[in-house]
Write a protein that binds this ligand. Structure first.
Ligand code: HEM
Length: 153
């Protein structure tokens, strides 16, 4: 939401995608089935994780024995990665919550943007939005985002 507030062009494009898709099926809610077809929303999800991965370091996993993959030799203690969506890790121990997290993100953000326009509180400007992060078990925003919702009719 902070990145979207800092990039009004992207916010507008995303809301237009969501509102036009939901409008077509005449439903009061952005449902998971709708989210599946929202390509720009999926791109925003991936870009958000690229810019702000909640876990900063992936746990290194090593091959234990000599194997062949696609005709290539992989020797013991080699780190090989599937560079697809790295914030969730990769390989055998890839995050099993990836699918539920993608659905949850798209469902929640999709509905927040479908039903409301978002304004900064009076006297606040885009430049005042803090992007500072705080490192704990996962990365959090240091200063919470405070916005004013305006119901979209
Ligand atoms: C944006 C949200 C999330 C991110 C960025 C994330 C990221 C990760 C990463 C990087 C790992 C380590 C993968 C590796 O060892 O290579 C992991 C493991 C794991 N995640 Fe997630 N995760 C997220 C959400 C979730 C959710 C919603 C669930 C459960 C519903 C979940 C369950 C797990 C479990 C059980 C493991 C351990 C898997 C194993 O060691 O075999 N995660 N996650």
């Amino acid at each position: 939401m902070t990145e979207l507030m800092k990039n009004p062009r992207v916010m507008k494009k995303l809301q237009a995608e969501i509102r036009s898709s939901v409008g077509k099926i005449n439903k009061p809610l952005v449902e998971e089935t709708v989210c599946e077809n929202l390509k720009y929303l999926r791109m925003v999800f991936k870009e958000t994780l690229r810019l702000h991965p909640p876990l900063v370091l992936s746990i290194p996993h090593l091959s234990q024995k000599h194997i062949k993959i696609g005709g290539y030799d992989v020797y013991p203690n080699t780190r090989i990665q599937d560079f697809d969506l790295l914030p969730f890790g990769s390989g055998r121990r890839v995050c099993p919550g990836m699918t539920i997290e993608t659905a949850t993100f798209e469902f929640v953000l999709g509905n927040l943007l479908y039903h409301f326009d978002w304004k900064l509180p009076d006297g606040m400007h885009i430049e005042d939005l803090s992007m500072e992060e705080e490192l704990g078990l996962i990365v959090n925003k240091k200063i919470p985002l405070c916005l004013v919702p305006v119901k979209h009719i």
